[in-house]
Design a protein around this ligand. Structure first.
Ligand SMILES: C[S@@+](CC[C@H](N)C(=O)[O-])C[C@H]1O[C@@H](n2cnc3c(N)ncnc32)[C@H](O)[C@@H]1O
Length: 375
């Protein structure tokens, strides 16, 4: 990597770490109020989580069991997950007639996350039988976050599809992968852009695995849920890719109204990748510290079926705003946010037939891993 490109990559990663965060608080556009889709998908993955904990052989001798939720965000889903995991582990110990350990739960997310909202939710006293010690850990999960061999169980949901940065070539005017006028992989975008995104995903996922390999005790487990693709082909659009394309159209509309400079559109892309199950498995095998103990692909159900096109547009726009408002305001300016998401809801409504088709294929991948035991 030449020094200019390396400096740019450093800047992009810093931007993600400093700026990216779900919408704070509890208001209408907050992540807390717009994450029922993620909650429902987490509940649908519960039987795999149960299986992951039930089949876990090496964990019955801890005094304090350390759990991390990586990319926990600031809503109620983080607490729901902790309650499910601690209850399952508690039952496992009780079933084996062993004293239930104390739980130490680490909530991790990027530093710009609204940890205060999370801590407030936490302090609304959980019932005694599900209590645990809690701590916040700000930082990127693509780096080291914990001391060596200090974690027994790692959970991460709907976070690992967010990349540490947009692949640098995609925003480089001198590259044949420059994605001028668009914001993600699309059928009309430059050939090869999907491979640049895949390479960025490989690099990031490898950093994630290498960091966790140091932090998780031998025999410890990880339960990861992330958005993914149903088909191997990287250029075939996913529902997320189509939603990002629709957001790109909404930005283009604001460019033509003179509300956004074209230059701003040409330098904005989504730091996001939908992996295919084999891509995940092969990265785990390549890194070598974890064994796959469960891999399942869930087709997400359509939670918007009952709504008309206009309302579907409004709901998808609000959900997207809860994820992206901070990134959008940083790049395009706060002043355009209302107009942009208003326009986006209309673009979604106008393209709902195609989006509905792809929503039927929208996919979560559930990956359960065990830290290999050295012989
Ligand atoms: C859609 S939210 C998921 C929140 C929660 N886990 C759930 O299932 O509802 C994705 C979260 O991942 C976090 N995230 C993205 N990249 C991250 C990184 N490199 N390190 C830590 N957190 C990250 C985001 O800040 C965001 O809070």
């Amino acid at each position: 990597m030449c020094s200019e490109v390396a400096a740019e990559a450093f800047h992009n990663k810093q931007k993600m770490e400093r700026v990216f965060s779900m919408n704070a608080g509890n208001g209408d556009y907050s992540y807390a109020q717009n994450s029922t889709w993620q909650k429902d998908e987490l509940l649908r993955a519960k039987s795999e989580l149960e299986e992951c904990i039930k089949s876990w052989k090496t964990i019955l001798e801890c005094e304090t069991l350390c759990i991390a939720d990586l990319g926990c965000s600031c809503g109620p889903n983080a607490l729901l997950i902790t309650e499910i995991i601690t209850t399952l582990i508690r039952n496992k110990y009780a079933h084996n007639g062993i004293r239930v350990p104390d739980f130490h739960v680490f909530y991790n997310d990027l530093p710009s996350t609204d940890f205060n909202t999370l801590f407030r939710l936490l302090s609304a006293a959980p019932p005694v039988e599900t209590s645990y010690f809690a701590a916040g850990v700000p930082g990127s999960f693509y780096t080291r976050l914990f001391p060596p061999k200090s974690l027994h169980f790692v959970h991460s949901s709907f976070s690992l599809h967010w990349l540490s940065q947009v692949p640098p070539q995609v925003e480089d005017k001198n590259s044949k992968l420059w994605n001028k006028g668009r914001i993600y992989i699309s059928e009309k975008g430059p050939a090869g852009i999907e491979d640049a995104y895949f390479a960025q995903f490989q690099e990031d996922f490898n950093c994630f695995l290498r960091a966790r390999a140091k932090e998780v005790v031998e025999g410890g487990r990880m339960f990861l849920v992330l958005n993914g693709r149903l088909n191997a082909g990287r250029r075939r659009p996913t529902s997320s890719a189509l939603c990002w394309e629709a957001l790109g159209f909404a930005i283009q509309d604001l460019v033509s109204q003179g509300l956004i400079e074209e230059e701003k559109l040409n330098s904005f892309n989504m730091p996001y990748y939908d992996a295919f199950e084999d891509e995940l498995r092969s990265e785990v095998d390549k890194e070598g510290s974890f064994n796959v103990v469960g891999l399942k692909v869930n087709i997400n159900y359509d939670d918007l079926e009952e709504f008309d096109d206009k309302d579907k547009g409004i709901i998808i726009s609000k959900q997207t705003r809860a994820l992206l408002e901070n990134l959008i305001s940083y790049h395009f300016g706060e002043g355009v946010v209302d107009a942009l998401f208003n326009r986006y809801s209309k673009v979604i409504a106008a393209n709902i037939i195609q989006i509905d088709e792809l929503l039927k294929e929208s996919t979560s991948i559930i990956l359960a891993l065990e830290r290999a035991i050295s012989t």
